[in-house]
Design a protein around this ligand. Structure first.
Ligand code: ADP
Length: 562
Protein backbone atom coordinates (compact mmCIF):
# COMPACT_ATOMS: atom_id res chain seq x y z
CA UNK A 1 0.00 0.00 0.00
CA UNK A 2 2.82 2.34 0.96
CA UNK A 3 4.59 1.50 -2.28
CA UNK A 4 1.51 2.57 -4.27
CA UNK A 5 1.22 5.76 -2.29
CA UNK A 6 4.84 6.68 -2.98
CA UNK A 7 4.33 5.82 -6.63
CA UNK A 8 1.24 8.02 -6.81
CA UNK A 9 3.02 10.99 -5.23
CA UNK A 10 5.96 10.39 -7.54
CA UNK A 11 3.67 10.35 -10.61
CA UNK A 12 1.97 13.53 -9.44
CA UNK A 13 5.37 15.18 -8.93
CA UNK A 14 6.64 14.04 -12.34
CA UNK A 15 3.38 15.15 -13.99
CA UNK A 16 3.66 18.59 -12.39
CA UNK A 17 7.33 18.90 -13.34
CA UNK A 18 6.50 17.86 -16.93
CA UNK A 19 3.67 20.40 -17.18
CA UNK A 20 5.77 23.19 -15.68
CA UNK A 21 8.73 22.28 -17.92
CA UNK A 22 6.65 22.14 -21.10
CA UNK A 23 4.96 25.41 -20.20
CA UNK A 24 8.30 27.12 -19.59
CA UNK A 25 9.60 25.82 -22.94
CA UNK A 26 6.49 27.01 -24.74
CA UNK A 27 6.57 30.44 -23.14
CA UNK A 28 10.25 30.71 -24.03
CA UNK A 29 9.70 29.76 -27.68
CA UNK A 30 6.70 32.10 -27.99
CA UNK A 31 8.84 34.97 -26.71
CA UNK A 32 11.74 33.93 -28.96
CA UNK A 33 9.40 33.90 -31.96
CA UNK A 34 8.11 37.34 -31.08
CA UNK A 35 11.63 38.67 -30.54
CA UNK A 36 12.79 37.28 -33.88
CA UNK A 37 9.78 38.88 -35.62
CA UNK A 38 10.69 42.18 -34.00
CA UNK A 39 14.39 41.92 -34.75
CA UNK A 40 13.89 40.75 -38.36
CA UNK A 41 11.58 43.71 -38.92
CA UNK A 42 14.27 46.02 -37.46
CA UNK A 43 17.01 44.37 -39.52
CA UNK A 44 14.98 44.91 -42.69
CA UNK A 45 14.64 48.59 -41.89
CA UNK A 46 18.33 48.93 -41.16
CA UNK A 47 19.25 47.35 -44.47
CA UNK A 48 16.82 49.72 -46.24
CA UNK A 49 18.67 52.64 -44.64
CA UNK A 50 22.01 51.23 -45.84
CA UNK A 51 20.52 50.95 -49.33
CA UNK A 52 19.44 54.61 -49.31
CA UNK A 53 22.91 55.74 -48.24
CA UNK A 54 24.53 53.66 -50.98
CA UNK A 55 22.14 55.04 -53.60
CA UNK A 56 23.29 58.57 -52.73
CA UNK A 57 26.93 57.55 -53.34
CA UNK A 58 26.07 55.90 -56.66
CA UNK A 59 24.09 58.97 -57.74
CA UNK A 60 27.02 61.30 -57.03
CA UNK A 61 29.65 59.13 -58.62
CA UNK A 62 27.69 58.34 -61.75
CA UNK A 63 28.53 61.85 -63.05
CA UNK A 64 32.08 60.71 -63.59
CA UNK A 65 30.98 57.60 -65.41
CA UNK A 66 31.15 59.11 -68.83
CA UNK A 67 34.72 60.33 -68.31
CA UNK A 68 35.77 56.84 -69.39
CA UNK A 69 35.01 57.92 -72.97
CA UNK A 70 37.92 60.42 -72.79
CA UNK A 71 41.25 59.89 -74.51
CA UNK A 72 43.45 60.50 -71.47
CA UNK A 73 46.62 61.10 -73.54
CA UNK A 74 44.93 64.03 -75.30
CA UNK A 75 43.80 65.38 -71.97
CA UNK A 76 47.28 64.95 -70.52
CA UNK A 77 48.78 66.92 -73.41
CA UNK A 78 46.15 69.61 -73.00
CA UNK A 79 46.98 69.89 -69.32
CA UNK A 80 50.66 70.30 -70.20
CA UNK A 81 49.64 73.08 -72.65
CA UNK A 82 50.78 71.14 -75.71
CA UNK A 83 47.30 70.60 -77.20
CA UNK A 84 43.90 72.33 -76.82
CA UNK A 85 41.38 70.85 -74.34
CA UNK A 86 39.51 67.98 -76.14
CA UNK A 87 35.93 68.87 -77.18
CA UNK A 88 34.62 65.68 -75.61
CA UNK A 89 35.94 66.86 -72.22
CA UNK A 90 34.03 70.13 -72.63
CA UNK A 91 30.89 68.23 -73.66
CA UNK A 92 31.11 65.92 -70.66
CA UNK A 93 31.62 68.85 -68.30
CA UNK A 94 28.65 70.67 -69.87
CA UNK A 95 26.51 67.63 -69.20
CA UNK A 96 27.69 67.45 -65.58
CA UNK A 97 27.09 71.16 -65.06
CA UNK A 98 23.47 70.72 -66.16
CA UNK A 99 22.99 68.23 -63.27
CA UNK A 100 21.24 70.15 -60.49
CA UNK A 101 23.40 68.29 -57.97
CA UNK A 102 26.44 70.40 -58.80
CA UNK A 103 26.75 74.16 -58.48
CA UNK A 104 30.15 74.73 -60.06
CA UNK A 105 32.96 72.69 -61.61
CA UNK A 106 36.69 73.49 -61.39
CA UNK A 107 39.64 71.77 -63.04
CA UNK A 108 43.31 71.85 -62.13
CA UNK A 109 46.42 69.95 -63.22
CA UNK A 110 47.78 67.01 -61.29
CA UNK A 111 50.47 69.04 -59.55
CA UNK A 112 47.80 71.36 -58.31
CA UNK A 113 49.87 74.43 -58.95
CA UNK A 114 47.05 76.75 -57.92
CA UNK A 115 46.43 75.04 -54.65
CA UNK A 116 48.20 77.74 -52.69
CA UNK A 117 45.12 79.89 -53.32
CA UNK A 118 46.82 82.32 -55.70
CA UNK A 119 45.34 80.79 -58.84
CA UNK A 120 44.78 80.87 -61.64
CA UNK A 121 42.60 77.80 -61.89
CA UNK A 122 40.20 76.63 -64.59
CA UNK A 123 36.46 77.02 -63.95
CA UNK A 124 33.77 75.61 -66.24
CA UNK A 125 31.66 78.35 -67.78
CA UNK A 126 28.11 76.98 -68.09
CA UNK A 127 27.00 79.46 -70.74
CA UNK A 128 30.06 79.21 -72.97
CA UNK A 129 30.47 75.51 -72.18
CA UNK A 130 34.22 76.04 -71.90
CA UNK A 131 36.90 75.87 -69.20
CA UNK A 132 38.19 79.38 -68.48
CA UNK A 133 41.08 80.59 -66.35
CA UNK A 134 40.08 82.50 -63.27
CA UNK A 135 41.70 83.97 -60.18
CA UNK A 136 38.33 84.16 -58.45
CA UNK A 137 38.52 80.79 -56.68
CA UNK A 138 36.44 80.06 -53.60
CA UNK A 139 38.51 78.95 -50.63
CA UNK A 140 36.63 75.70 -50.49
CA UNK A 141 37.96 74.67 -53.87
CA UNK A 142 41.64 75.21 -53.26
CA UNK A 143 41.34 73.80 -49.78
CA UNK A 144 39.50 70.83 -51.17
CA UNK A 145 42.00 70.20 -53.90
CA UNK A 146 44.92 70.73 -51.54
CA UNK A 147 43.58 68.03 -49.32
CA UNK A 148 42.72 65.86 -52.25
CA UNK A 149 46.28 65.99 -53.59
CA UNK A 150 47.90 64.92 -50.32
CA UNK A 151 45.67 61.97 -49.86
CA UNK A 152 45.77 61.05 -53.51
CA UNK A 153 49.58 60.94 -53.58
CA UNK A 154 49.66 58.61 -50.65
CA UNK A 155 47.46 56.02 -52.30
CA UNK A 156 48.12 56.53 -56.00
CA UNK A 157 50.90 53.89 -56.28
CA UNK A 158 48.62 50.95 -55.94
CA UNK A 159 45.61 52.46 -57.64
CA UNK A 160 44.22 50.44 -60.58
CA UNK A 161 41.46 52.70 -61.88
CA UNK A 162 41.57 55.79 -64.01
CA UNK A 163 39.27 57.77 -61.77
CA UNK A 164 38.96 58.13 -58.12
CA UNK A 165 36.35 60.11 -56.20
CA UNK A 166 36.34 61.37 -52.77
CA UNK A 167 34.49 63.91 -50.75
CA UNK A 168 35.49 66.46 -48.24
CA UNK A 169 33.70 68.14 -45.43
CA UNK A 170 33.17 71.27 -47.50
CA UNK A 171 30.60 69.32 -49.47
CA UNK A 172 32.62 69.04 -52.67
CA UNK A 173 33.35 65.97 -54.75
CA UNK A 174 36.85 65.62 -56.16
CA UNK A 175 37.52 63.33 -59.11
CA UNK A 176 41.16 62.51 -59.73
CA UNK A 177 41.94 61.54 -63.35
CA UNK A 178 44.81 59.05 -63.12
CA UNK A 179 47.45 57.75 -65.52
CA UNK A 180 47.42 54.22 -64.16
CA UNK A 181 50.55 53.03 -66.00
CA UNK A 182 52.95 55.73 -64.92
CA UNK A 183 51.03 56.34 -61.75
CA UNK A 184 50.46 60.04 -61.59
CA UNK A 185 47.42 62.26 -61.46
CA UNK A 186 46.65 64.01 -64.77
CA UNK A 187 44.22 66.48 -63.24
CA UNK A 188 41.55 67.06 -60.64
CA UNK A 189 37.91 67.91 -61.24
CA UNK A 190 36.38 69.63 -58.24
CA UNK A 191 32.60 69.71 -58.24
CA UNK A 192 30.68 71.74 -55.63
CA UNK A 193 27.63 69.84 -54.43
CA UNK A 194 24.29 71.59 -53.96
CA UNK A 195 23.44 70.57 -50.36
CA UNK A 196 19.92 71.84 -50.53
CA UNK A 197 19.16 69.91 -53.70
CA UNK A 198 20.80 66.72 -52.44
CA UNK A 199 18.90 66.79 -49.13
CA UNK A 200 15.48 68.05 -50.23
CA UNK A 201 15.15 66.89 -53.80
CA UNK A 202 17.11 63.68 -53.82
CA UNK A 203 17.32 62.10 -50.34
CA UNK A 204 13.92 63.26 -49.01
CA UNK A 205 11.81 61.67 -51.82
CA UNK A 206 13.83 58.47 -51.58
CA UNK A 207 13.16 58.18 -47.86
CA UNK A 208 9.51 58.90 -48.48
CA UNK A 209 9.46 56.24 -51.18
CA UNK A 210 11.15 53.53 -49.18
CA UNK A 211 9.57 54.07 -45.77
CA UNK A 212 6.36 56.01 -46.37
CA UNK A 213 4.52 57.38 -43.36
CA UNK A 214 5.20 56.52 -39.75
CA UNK A 215 1.98 54.49 -39.43
CA UNK A 216 2.87 51.96 -42.14
CA UNK A 217 6.60 51.65 -41.53
CA UNK A 218 6.74 52.15 -37.78
CA UNK A 219 9.76 54.44 -38.00
CA UNK A 220 10.88 58.04 -38.44
CA UNK A 221 14.08 58.89 -40.32
CA UNK A 222 15.89 62.22 -39.96
CA UNK A 223 18.74 63.39 -42.21
CA UNK A 224 21.03 65.11 -39.73
CA UNK A 225 24.13 67.26 -39.96
CA UNK A 226 26.07 65.99 -36.99
CA UNK A 227 28.46 68.95 -36.89
CA UNK A 228 25.90 71.74 -36.95
CA UNK A 229 23.29 69.62 -35.17
CA UNK A 230 20.64 70.47 -37.75
CA UNK A 231 17.88 68.36 -39.25
CA UNK A 232 18.01 68.65 -43.05
CA UNK A 233 14.93 66.60 -43.82
CA UNK A 234 12.72 64.04 -42.10
CA UNK A 235 10.03 61.48 -42.93
CA UNK A 236 7.87 62.88 -40.13
CA UNK A 237 7.96 66.69 -40.06
CA UNK A 238 5.70 66.74 -36.97
CA UNK A 239 8.23 64.88 -34.86
CA UNK A 240 11.21 67.03 -33.92
CA UNK A 241 14.46 65.10 -33.50
CA UNK A 242 15.58 64.41 -29.93
CA UNK A 243 18.73 62.53 -29.01
CA UNK A 244 16.80 59.97 -26.91
CA UNK A 245 14.70 58.97 -29.95
CA UNK A 246 17.76 57.67 -31.75
CA UNK A 247 17.55 53.87 -32.12
CA UNK A 248 19.87 53.50 -35.10
CA UNK A 249 22.11 55.70 -37.22
CA UNK A 250 23.55 55.14 -40.67
CA UNK A 251 26.35 57.26 -42.17
CA UNK A 252 27.12 57.63 -45.88
CA UNK A 253 30.16 55.44 -46.56
CA UNK A 254 33.12 57.48 -47.97
CA UNK A 255 31.03 60.59 -48.57
CA UNK A 256 29.19 63.37 -46.78
CA UNK A 257 31.00 62.46 -43.60
CA UNK A 258 29.10 64.92 -41.39
CA UNK A 259 25.69 63.72 -42.57
CA UNK A 260 23.82 60.84 -40.99
CA UNK A 261 20.49 59.09 -41.38
CA UNK A 262 19.08 58.68 -37.88
CA UNK A 263 16.10 56.38 -37.24
CA UNK A 264 13.63 55.98 -34.40
CA UNK A 265 11.58 52.77 -34.31
CA UNK A 266 7.98 53.04 -33.16
CA UNK A 267 5.16 50.57 -32.65
CA UNK A 268 3.67 49.51 -35.95
CA UNK A 269 0.77 47.28 -37.04
CA UNK A 270 3.01 44.30 -37.82
CA UNK A 271 4.68 44.43 -34.41
CA UNK A 272 1.38 45.06 -32.67
CA UNK A 273 -0.07 42.01 -34.45
CA UNK A 274 2.90 39.94 -33.36
CA UNK A 275 2.50 41.26 -29.80
CA UNK A 276 -1.21 40.50 -29.64
CA UNK A 277 -0.65 37.06 -31.17
CA UNK A 278 1.94 36.51 -28.42
CA UNK A 279 -0.60 37.46 -25.74
CA UNK A 280 -3.29 35.32 -27.37
CA UNK A 281 -1.00 32.33 -27.48
CA UNK A 282 0.04 32.91 -23.87
CA UNK A 283 -3.61 33.06 -22.81
CA UNK A 284 -4.46 29.81 -24.64
CA UNK A 285 -1.37 28.18 -23.18
CA UNK A 286 -2.29 29.41 -19.70
CA UNK A 287 -5.83 28.05 -20.00
CA UNK A 288 -4.57 24.69 -21.28
CA UNK A 289 -2.01 24.43 -18.50
CA UNK A 290 -4.63 25.29 -15.89
CA UNK A 291 -6.91 22.65 -17.36
CA UNK A 292 -4.11 20.07 -17.36
CA UNK A 293 -3.13 20.93 -13.80
CA UNK A 294 -6.77 20.76 -12.77
CA UNK A 295 -7.18 17.36 -14.45
CA UNK A 296 -3.99 16.07 -12.85
CA UNK A 297 -4.94 17.26 -9.39
CA UNK A 298 -8.49 15.97 -9.88
CA UNK A 299 -7.19 12.54 -10.88
CA UNK A 300 -4.84 12.52 -7.93
CA UNK A 301 -7.49 13.59 -5.44
CA UNK A 302 -9.96 11.04 -6.84
CA UNK A 303 -7.39 8.28 -6.59
CA UNK A 304 -6.55 9.40 -3.09
CA UNK A 305 -10.21 9.41 -2.09
CA UNK A 306 -10.76 6.01 -3.60
CA UNK A 307 -7.84 4.74 -1.65
CA UNK A 308 -9.18 6.25 1.56
CA UNK A 309 -12.58 4.72 0.82
CA UNK A 310 -10.99 1.32 0.24
CA UNK A 311 -9.10 1.64 3.54
CA UNK A 312 -12.29 2.65 5.34
CA UNK A 313 -14.27 -0.15 3.76
CA UNK A 314 -11.64 -2.67 4.81
CA UNK A 315 -11.72 -1.22 8.33
CA UNK A 316 -15.50 -1.33 8.23
CA UNK A 317 -15.57 -5.01 7.27
CA UNK A 318 -13.22 -5.91 10.10
CA UNK A 319 -15.27 -3.77 12.44
CA UNK A 320 -18.61 -5.22 11.36
CA UNK A 321 -17.34 -8.77 11.68
CA UNK A 322 -16.14 -7.96 15.17
CA UNK A 323 -19.38 -6.16 16.04
CA UNK A 324 -21.47 -9.10 14.83
CA UNK A 325 -19.38 -11.62 16.69
CA UNK A 326 -19.44 -9.85 20.05
CA UNK A 327 -23.22 -9.84 20.66
CA UNK A 328 -23.50 -13.31 19.16
CA UNK A 329 -20.83 -14.59 21.56
CA UNK A 330 -22.61 -12.96 24.52
CA UNK A 331 -25.96 -14.39 23.45
CA UNK A 332 -24.41 -17.80 22.79
CA UNK A 333 -22.82 -17.94 26.26
CA UNK A 334 -26.00 -16.76 27.98
CA UNK A 335 -28.09 -19.20 25.94
CA UNK A 336 -25.78 -22.10 26.87
CA UNK A 337 -25.99 -21.28 30.55
CA UNK A 338 -29.76 -21.12 30.37
CA UNK A 339 -30.18 -24.25 28.26
CA UNK A 340 -28.22 -26.63 30.48
CA UNK A 341 -30.61 -25.72 33.32
CA UNK A 342 -27.93 -25.27 35.97
CA UNK A 343 -28.82 -21.65 36.71
CA UNK A 344 -31.73 -21.50 39.08
CA UNK A 345 -31.18 -18.19 40.80
CA UNK A 346 -33.95 -15.83 39.69
CA UNK A 347 -31.71 -12.76 39.53
CA UNK A 348 -29.09 -14.50 37.43
CA UNK A 349 -31.77 -15.90 35.14
CA UNK A 350 -33.16 -12.40 34.61
CA UNK A 351 -29.66 -11.00 34.05
CA UNK A 352 -28.98 -13.60 31.32
CA UNK A 353 -32.32 -12.78 29.72
CA UNK A 354 -31.49 -9.04 29.86
CA UNK A 355 -28.11 -9.69 28.21
CA UNK A 356 -29.69 -11.65 25.41
CA UNK A 357 -32.34 -8.95 24.93
CA UNK A 358 -29.83 -6.04 24.88
CA UNK A 359 -27.41 -7.77 22.58
CA UNK A 360 -30.13 -8.79 20.15
CA UNK A 361 -31.33 -5.15 20.14
CA UNK A 362 -27.81 -4.00 19.35
CA UNK A 363 -27.52 -6.60 16.64
CA UNK A 364 -30.82 -5.54 15.14
CA UNK A 365 -29.87 -1.87 15.07
CA UNK A 366 -26.63 -2.63 13.37
CA UNK A 367 -28.23 -4.85 10.77
CA UNK A 368 -30.85 -2.18 10.15
CA UNK A 369 -28.17 0.41 9.54
CA UNK A 370 -26.37 -1.86 7.12
CA UNK A 371 -29.60 -2.51 5.29
CA UNK A 372 -30.32 1.23 5.20
CA UNK A 373 -27.00 1.92 3.51
CA UNK A 374 -27.39 -0.97 1.10
CA UNK A 375 -30.90 0.14 0.17
CA UNK A 376 -29.94 3.76 -0.45
CA UNK A 377 -26.83 2.76 -2.37
CA UNK A 378 -28.74 0.46 -4.66
CA UNK A 379 -31.46 3.07 -5.19
CA UNK A 380 -34.07 0.59 -4.02
CA UNK A 381 -35.27 2.57 -1.07
CA UNK A 382 -38.90 3.46 -1.59
CA UNK A 383 -40.26 6.32 0.43
CA UNK A 384 -43.86 7.02 1.26
CA UNK A 385 -44.01 10.73 1.81
CA UNK A 386 -47.14 11.99 3.48
CA UNK A 387 -48.12 15.29 5.03
CA UNK A 388 -46.87 15.26 8.62
CA UNK A 389 -46.59 17.49 11.63
CA UNK A 390 -42.96 17.40 12.69
CA UNK A 391 -43.77 18.17 16.32
CA UNK A 392 -45.92 15.06 16.54
CA UNK A 393 -43.14 12.90 15.09
CA UNK A 394 -40.59 14.34 17.48
CA UNK A 395 -42.90 13.59 20.40
CA UNK A 396 -43.40 10.07 19.10
CA UNK A 397 -39.67 9.48 18.79
CA UNK A 398 -38.91 10.82 22.24
CA UNK A 399 -41.75 8.84 23.76
CA UNK A 400 -40.63 5.57 22.18
CA UNK A 401 -37.01 5.99 23.20
CA UNK A 402 -37.51 7.24 26.71
CA UNK A 403 -35.94 4.07 28.09
CA UNK A 404 -32.77 4.48 26.09
CA UNK A 405 -32.30 8.06 27.32
CA UNK A 406 -32.93 6.87 30.81
CA UNK A 407 -30.41 4.09 30.65
CA UNK A 408 -27.79 6.53 29.34
CA UNK A 409 -28.52 9.13 32.00
CA UNK A 410 -29.44 11.81 29.50
CA UNK A 411 -32.11 14.51 29.62
CA UNK A 412 -33.67 15.33 26.26
CA UNK A 413 -34.95 18.89 26.33
CA UNK A 414 -37.62 19.71 23.76
CA UNK A 415 -38.37 23.19 22.47
CA UNK A 416 -41.13 23.10 19.88
CA UNK A 417 -42.60 25.96 17.91
CA UNK A 418 -46.35 25.67 17.96
CA UNK A 419 -48.43 25.73 14.79
CA UNK A 420 -45.64 24.61 12.52
CA UNK A 421 -46.62 24.07 8.89
CA UNK A 422 -46.83 20.41 7.94
CA UNK A 423 -44.18 18.95 5.71
CA UNK A 424 -44.12 16.09 3.22
CA UNK A 425 -41.90 13.35 4.56
CA UNK A 426 -41.51 9.65 4.95
CA UNK A 427 -42.15 8.87 8.60
CA UNK A 428 -39.87 5.88 8.88
CA UNK A 429 -36.89 7.68 7.41
CA UNK A 430 -37.59 10.73 9.58
CA UNK A 431 -37.42 8.60 12.70
CA UNK A 432 -34.19 6.96 11.46
CA UNK A 433 -32.59 10.34 10.81
CA UNK A 434 -33.62 11.82 14.14
CA UNK A 435 -32.61 8.59 15.90
CA UNK A 436 -29.12 8.63 14.37
CA UNK A 437 -28.53 12.24 15.38
CA UNK A 438 -29.79 11.80 18.95
CA UNK A 439 -27.82 8.55 19.36
CA UNK A 440 -24.65 10.35 18.24
CA UNK A 441 -25.39 13.26 20.58
CA UNK A 442 -25.62 10.80 23.44
CA UNK A 443 -22.65 8.67 22.34
CA UNK A 444 -20.14 11.41 21.64
CA UNK A 445 -21.05 14.18 24.07
CA UNK A 446 -20.77 12.57 27.51
CA UNK A 447 -22.99 15.39 28.80
CA UNK A 448 -26.35 15.01 30.54
CA UNK A 449 -28.32 17.14 28.06
CA UNK A 450 -29.43 16.80 24.45
CA UNK A 451 -31.64 19.55 23.01
CA UNK A 452 -34.17 19.09 20.25
CA UNK A 453 -35.68 22.22 18.74
CA UNK A 454 -38.28 22.63 16.04
CA UNK A 455 -38.68 26.00 14.28
CA UNK A 456 -39.93 27.58 11.12
CA UNK A 457 -36.92 28.81 9.10
CA UNK A 458 -38.00 30.64 5.91
CA UNK A 459 -39.39 28.00 3.53
CA UNK A 460 -38.34 25.15 5.79
CA UNK A 461 -39.23 23.50 9.02
CA UNK A 462 -35.98 23.02 10.89
CA UNK A 463 -35.20 20.44 13.56
CA UNK A 464 -32.03 21.06 15.57
CA UNK A 465 -30.35 18.33 17.55
CA UNK A 466 -27.81 19.94 19.83
CA UNK A 467 -25.37 18.47 22.29
CA UNK A 468 -22.85 20.04 24.65
CA UNK A 469 -19.95 17.67 24.13
CA UNK A 470 -16.51 18.15 22.59
CA UNK A 471 -17.87 19.04 19.13
CA UNK A 472 -16.31 18.17 15.79
CA UNK A 473 -12.98 19.66 14.62
CA UNK A 474 -13.26 22.15 11.71
CA UNK A 475 -10.96 20.12 9.46
CA UNK A 476 -13.21 17.04 9.74
CA UNK A 477 -16.53 18.78 9.22
CA UNK A 478 -16.45 18.56 5.43
CA UNK A 479 -16.05 14.76 5.58
CA UNK A 480 -18.47 14.14 8.39
CA UNK A 481 -21.31 13.00 6.10
CA UNK A 482 -19.03 10.68 4.07
CA UNK A 483 -19.56 6.99 4.33
CA UNK A 484 -17.30 5.21 6.85
CA UNK A 485 -15.80 8.48 8.06
CA UNK A 486 -15.00 8.65 11.76
CA UNK A 487 -13.17 11.46 13.54
CA UNK A 488 -9.81 10.31 14.78
CA UNK A 489 -10.02 11.30 18.42
CA UNK A 490 -10.03 9.71 21.81
CA UNK A 491 -13.81 9.86 22.24
CA UNK A 492 -14.54 8.14 18.92
CA UNK A 493 -11.87 5.52 19.48
CA UNK A 494 -13.65 4.51 22.69
CA UNK A 495 -17.10 4.50 21.13
CA UNK A 496 -18.51 1.79 18.96
CA UNK A 497 -19.57 2.80 15.48
CA UNK A 498 -18.95 2.34 11.77
CA UNK A 499 -19.16 5.81 10.25
CA UNK A 500 -22.50 5.08 8.60
CA UNK A 501 -25.07 6.95 10.71
CA UNK A 502 -24.46 10.45 9.30
CA UNK A 503 -24.14 9.26 5.71
CA UNK A 504 -27.55 7.62 6.13
CA UNK A 505 -28.89 10.92 7.54
CA UNK A 506 -27.62 12.85 4.52
CA UNK A 507 -28.99 10.37 1.97
CA UNK A 508 -32.38 10.14 3.64
CA UNK A 509 -32.68 13.92 3.92
CA UNK A 510 -32.00 14.24 0.19
CA UNK A 511 -34.60 11.58 -0.58
CA UNK A 512 -37.06 13.66 1.46
CA UNK A 513 -36.15 16.81 -0.56
CA UNK A 514 -34.47 18.30 2.49
CA UNK A 515 -30.93 18.69 3.70
CA UNK A 516 -28.80 18.55 6.82
CA UNK A 517 -26.19 20.98 8.14
CA UNK A 518 -23.70 20.97 10.96
CA UNK A 519 -22.50 23.78 13.19
CA UNK A 520 -19.82 22.96 15.64
CA UNK A 521 -16.91 24.51 17.43
CA UNK A 522 -14.44 22.31 19.16
CA UNK A 523 -15.22 22.09 22.86
CA UNK A 524 -18.62 23.72 22.42
CA UNK A 525 -20.81 20.88 21.26
CA UNK A 526 -22.40 20.18 17.92
CA UNK A 527 -25.72 21.18 16.35
CA UNK A 528 -27.08 19.16 13.45
CA UNK A 529 -30.03 20.83 11.71
CA UNK A 530 -32.55 19.02 9.53
CA UNK A 531 -34.38 21.13 6.94
CA UNK A 532 -37.68 19.93 5.46
CA UNK A 533 -39.35 22.12 2.84
CA UNK A 534 -42.75 23.41 3.88
CA UNK A 535 -45.73 22.28 1.78
CA UNK A 536 -46.71 25.46 -0.09
CA UNK A 537 -50.43 24.58 -0.44
CA UNK A 538 -50.93 24.34 3.23
CA UNK A 539 -48.59 27.13 4.13
CA UNK A 540 -51.16 29.91 4.31
CA UNK A 541 -53.66 27.92 6.27
CA UNK A 542 -50.99 26.88 8.69
CA UNK A 543 -49.60 30.38 9.12
CA UNK A 544 -53.06 31.65 9.71
CA UNK A 545 -53.28 29.28 12.60
CA UNK A 546 -50.35 31.03 14.31
CA UNK A 547 -51.14 33.49 17.05
CA UNK A 548 -51.11 37.13 15.96
CA UNK A 549 -48.03 38.06 18.01
CA UNK A 550 -45.87 35.56 16.11
CA UNK A 551 -44.43 32.28 17.18
CA UNK A 552 -45.42 30.48 20.32
CA UNK A 553 -43.23 27.84 21.86
CA UNK A 554 -43.66 24.94 24.17
CA UNK A 555 -40.91 23.47 26.26
CA UNK A 556 -40.81 19.93 27.59
CA UNK A 557 -38.07 18.22 29.48
CA UNK A 558 -37.72 14.48 29.52
CA UNK A 559 -35.83 14.19 32.72
CA UNK A 560 -34.09 10.90 33.32
CA UNK A 561 -31.62 9.34 35.69
CA UNK A 562 -28.76 11.70 36.64
P1 ADP B 1 -20.61 6.25 13.89
O1 ADP B 1 -21.25 7.00 15.01
O2 ADP B 1 -21.19 4.90 13.68
O3 ADP B 1 -19.12 6.25 13.96
P2 ADP B 1 -21.64 8.38 12.26
O4 ADP B 1 -21.69 8.51 10.77
O5 ADP B 1 -22.92 8.50 12.97
O6 ADP B 1 -20.90 7.04 12.52
O7 ADP B 1 -20.66 9.49 12.79
C1 ADP B 1 -19.42 9.69 12.15
C2 ADP B 1 -18.40 10.29 13.11
O8 ADP B 1 -18.78 11.63 13.40
C3 ADP B 1 -18.35 9.64 14.43
O9 ADP B 1 -17.46 8.54 14.40
C4 ADP B 1 -17.86 10.73 15.35
O10 ADP B 1 -16.44 10.77 15.28
C5 ADP B 1 -18.40 11.98 14.72
N1 ADP B 1 -19.62 12.49 15.38
C6 ADP B 1 -20.91 12.29 14.99
N2 ADP B 1 -21.78 12.95 15.79
C7 ADP B 1 -21.01 13.61 16.71
C8 ADP B 1 -21.31 14.47 17.83
N3 ADP B 1 -22.58 14.78 18.15
N4 ADP B 1 -20.28 14.96 18.54
C9 ADP B 1 -18.99 14.66 18.21
N5 ADP B 1 -18.65 13.84 17.19
C10 ADP B 1 -19.65 13.31 16.44
Amino acid sequence: MKKYLTFRWLSLGLGLVAIVGLTAMNVYSLYALHESTVSSSLERKKSQLVEVSEQVGIRLKQTAGDLYRLNLEELDEAVKGEEPVPDLFHELLAEASRDSLFNEIYFTDGDCRACDGNGPIQKFNKEGERLEWTYDVPEVVTDGIGMARTRMNASINDFEWQFRHFFDTHRSMTVAIINTEERYVIGYLNMLIDDEYLAQRYIAPRLENVFGGREESGLTVWLRNTITNETLTSTDPDLEFRREYEDYSQSFPDLLDDWQLVAAFHENPALEASQSSLYRNLAVLGATVLFLLGALVFMFVTAQRERELAVRQAGFLANVTHELKTPLAVMQAAGENLSDGRVEDKNRLSSYGQHIYNESLRLRRMIEKLLDVAKTDSGKRSLQPVMKDVNELVDKYVGENRQIFESNGVKVRLEKENGLAPVMLDEESFLTVLGNLVENAIKYSNQPYVDIRTVRDKQYVRIDVQDWGPGIPKKDQKYIFDKFFRVEDHMTANTKGHGLGLSIVKDLMELNNGYVTLKSEQGRGATFSLYFPVCEDTDITQNQRLPANGTSKSRTEYSERQ
